[in-house]
Structure formats: structure tokens, C-alpha cells
Design a protein around this ligand. Structure first.
Ligand code: HEM
Length: 405
């Protein structure tokens, strides 16, 4: 078990990795499991309280300190046993494991902690989708989650800035602050986005990012903040991986919102409601256009660090993103010809704007892939950047006149 890696990213090892604490949370997990089994055997009725009392912080801190690839050797089996006990005791208590309940959170989260040990790492388990997807109370709730994820990322980069003097980290922190300042463009319906005050002009972007991130997270519902905390289970102790995982999580949730908007727009077109359909597509375009600061932040990833991340995440690629596929598939079916001829100009403009924004997003992603992986194959089994290049100009809306290739 070692937190030492020969590769240093923008800021090298994450702050968690250089803390002095070397405790092993396996004993805490074992104690928790024993208490749960005892309570279940004695016919107690405090299942939710037991679940909420799980030593989450100790496990998350340990994984963030070492990375899943180097955790204490006993931890994964202990967590797996705790998961089995959870199911057994839920039956004993006659309790459910529904999303949002303490038992449901634990049930969705525990498998994410031992996926590597089980040789079951996937895109979904790597980014914590079972938990992220449990925040599904409509667009405002998902926007709130996206906002909290961006805030957590900005706070992370602010902390790293105070530890690292390098110009790379300075640039990274400034990019993270900008992403947080513009988060309303990506997530306009969030209620936890905090209006930036004078601190946004703060010459030290780390201070501004830290203040704004803390205020945003304070305004975030506790259940959502817990999802944000629990879904940072990196493979390594490298600080750049935190930035990478958060960016993937933010964009994956954005794709889910875009897919929902495309479905709504499809319905509006079928109902010949041009105003509703255009508003949905314009709002979606604004969101995609608003990703520019996030992509600039992603582009600060050093190639040598990404090479390490690729090795530890082999077989799990964002090509497996269901929300990305869902958006593209739903959008491809949108047919403006359902509208009376007089209304089509209006919808064509909105479709063209969203299509242009989506192609620009994909072009930037391709550019990042060229810079970071060159001509190497992708982790999803494709030809890598070449595969992405072929897909950049594909029309999002093949039924939009003039789009088909
Ligand atoms: C360090 C930055 C990144 C690099 C170098 C990179 C590289 C790649 C490569 C090479 C592929 C080809 C598929 C394969 O894996 O075989 C790919 C696909 C993909 N990536 Fe990324 N990626 C990066 C970040 C992201 C992020 C943050 C997201 C957000 C979710 C993302 C979303 C996707 C999606 C959705 C695909 C599938 C595209 C399609 O099938 O058209 N990527 N990426």
C-alpha cells in the first residue's frame, strides 16, 4: 500500500494523499457490520439509523488518500461483506433499500467501493452513476447536483492551489473558478448557484474559488452534498484524477438533462407546439455552449497523468455513457416536418443552434483527445481520436433540412 507515484500532475498527489493519517477503515467497517447483524438478530427497528451511521468518511478518505488501486488489502472484502450483510439485514428488518433512503444510498454506494477488487470496473461504477442517477427529482434537482459537482471541483482546485506554487496549478484554479462563475449557463435551474459577489474579482483565484465553492455547497441540500462526497472514489492518489472524474460526472449529468429536453421537444413537435419545442432546444443549446469553461479546465490535464489514468481505467470508457447515447438517439428522431410549413423556420433555427453547439463540443473533445492520446487506441476499444474525428461532423438532427451527410 503506497501513496507514492512517480507521476506528478499539475499539482502531483492530491491533498488527501499527503495527509499524515494512516488509519485503516476496515476495522470500522467490520465493527459497523457486526452491530448491524446484532441489531437485526435482536429484532431491533433502527435499520435507517444503522445505515446512516456507516463510517462513510473514513472509507472515502482512505480511498482518496491511496486510490482504489492501493487501498488496504482487507478493505474491499470487508466492504463486500458489509454489502451482503446489508441485504440480509434489510430482509430481517423488513426494510426496503429505496433510492434516497439511508439503506438505499449504502446499497448503491458499497459496490462502487469494491468494483476493482471484483474485476467489475465500468464507466458507471467509476464515476458513481448508481448514486448520481438517484438524484432524479426533475431538472432543477439535476441542475443542483451539477452545480454542486462544479463547486466541489473548484474547491478542490482551490485547495491544491494553496499547496502548489506551479503556474500549471494557477491556470487550473483560474479555469475552475471560471467554470463555477458560469455554472448557471450549464445548469440554469439550480437553486444552489450562488451569485458571485466581490470575491469573484479577487486577484487570487484560489481564495475566490474557495469562498464561492463553500457558499454553493452550503446552499446544496444535504442529501445531494452527500452524493457529491460519496462519488469521489478515484483509482489513484493523483490530484488530476479528481478533476477528471468530476468533469465526466458533470458532463454525464448534463447529457441526461439534454436527453430529457430532446424527449420533451419531440413531444412538443408531435403536438405542433413550435414555441415549446424551440424554447427547449434553445435552452439545451445554451447549456452546451456553457460547457466551454469546463472543457478548458479539462484541457489542462497533463498527457503523462492521463496515460496513468488510462492504464487504471482500461475497459471503462465514456463511450459507455448511456446518457450521451440517449441524447444522440433521441435527437436523431426529431422531425421538424411534423410542424405546419409556416412554423418550420422557427424550429430550424433552434435545431441548427443546438446542432452547431453540439458539434463544437465534440470538436473540442476530439482536440483534447488528440493532445492527450495522439494516435493510441481508445480505452473503449475504438481507434481513439480517429474514431472521434469521424463522429464530429455527424448531424445531431439528420432530419433537419441541409444536415444529412
Ligand atoms: C482527458 C480527457 C479525455 C480524453 C483524452 C478522452 C478521449 C476519448 C477517446 C479516445 C474516446 C474514443 C472512445 C474510446 O474510448 O475508445 C472518447 C470517447 C468519448 N468520450 Fe472522452 N475523453 C476525455 C474526456 C471526456 C469527458 C470528461 C467526457 C464526459 C463525459 C467524455 C465523454 C466521451 C464520450 C461520450 C465518448 C463517446 C463518443 C462517441 O461515441 O461519439 N470524454 N474519449
Amino acid at each position: 500500500m503506497s501513496a507514492v507515484s512517480p507521476v506528478r500532475g499539475v499539482g502531483g498527489l492530491a491533498a488527501h494523499a499527503v495527509q499524515a493519517d494512516t488509519t485503516d477503515p476496515a476495522a470500522d467497517v467490520q465493527r459497523w457490520t457486526r452491530l448491524l447483524l446484532l441489531a437485526s438478530a435482536s429484532g431491533g427497528d433502527a435499520f435507517s439509523e444503522h445505515c446512516a451511521a456507516f463510517p462513510f468518511a473514513a472509507v472515502v478518505d482512505h480511498v482518496r488518500r491511496f486510490g482504489k488501486t492501493a487501498v488496504s488489502p482487507w478493505l474491499p472484502t470487508t466492504l463486500e461483506y458489509a454489502h451482503r450483510a446489508l441485504h440480509q439485514c434489510a430482509r430481517g428488518f423488513g426494510a426496503g433499500l429505496d433510492a434516497g433512503t439511508p439503506g438505499g444510498v449504502l446499497d448503491r454506494w458499497l459496490p462502487l467501493t469494491f468494483d476493482l477488487h471484483r474485476d467489475a470496473v465500468s464507466y458507471d461504477s467509476y464515476i458513481g452513476n448508481p448514486l448520481l442517477e438517484s438524484v432524479d427529482g426533475g431538472t432543477a434537482a439535476v441542475d443542483g447536483l451539477i452545480t454542486a459537482l462544479v463547486a466541489d471541483l473548484a474547491g478542490h482546485e482551490a485547495r491544491e492551489r494553496s499547496r502548489t506554487a506551479g503556474s500549471g496549478q494557477q491556470k487550473r484554479t483560474r479555469a475552475a473558478l471560471r467554470a463555477l462563475l458560469r455554472v448557471r449557463e450549464v445548469a440554469p435551474y439550480a437553486t444552489n448557484a450562488v451569485a458571485a459577489g466581490t470575491e469573484a474579482d479577487e486577484p487570487d483565484s484560489a481564495v475566490a474559488a474557495a469562498v464561492l465553492a463553500a457558499r454553493t455547497l452550503e446552499a446544496t441540500p444535504r442529501s445531494v452534498a452527500q452524493v457529491v462526497t460519496l462519488t469521489m472514489l478515484p483509482m489513484t492518489a493523483l490530484h488530476d484524477e479528481v478533476m477528471f472524474v468530476r468533469t465526466v460526472q458533470i458532463l454525464d449529468r448534463l447529457f441526461a438533462v439534454l436527453a430529457a429536453a430532446a424527449r420533451e421537444a419531440d413531444k412538443a413537435l408531435a403536438e405542433r407546439d413550435v414555441r415549446a419545442a424551440a424554447a427547449l432546444l434553445d435552452s439545451a443549446a445554451g447549456r452546451v455552449e456553457g460547457t466551454a469553461p469546463l472543457l478548458r479546465l479539462l484541457a489542462t490535464m497533463p498527457a503523462e497523468v492521463f496515460a496513468v489514468l488510462r492504464m487504471t481505467t482500461e475497459g471503462s470508457s465514456a463511450i459507455q455513457s448511456r446518457s450521451f447515447r440517449d441524447f444522440e438517439t433521441t435527437a436523431a428522431a426529431l422531425d421538424p416536418a411534423l410542424l405546419p410549413a409556416a412554423d418550420r423556420d422557427r424550429i430550424h433555427r433552434s435545431m441548427a443552434r443546438l446542432q452547431g453547439a453540439w458539434q463544437a463540443f465534440k470538436r473540442t473533445h476530439w482536440g483534447i483527445a488528440v493532445k492527450l492520446v495522439g494516435s493510441a487506441a481508445g480505452t473503449g476499444g475504438t481507434s481513439g481520436a480517429r474514431y472521434l474525428r469521424e463522429r464530429v461532423d455527424r448531424p445531431l438532427f439528420p432530419l433537419l433540412p441541409g444536415s444529412a451527410r
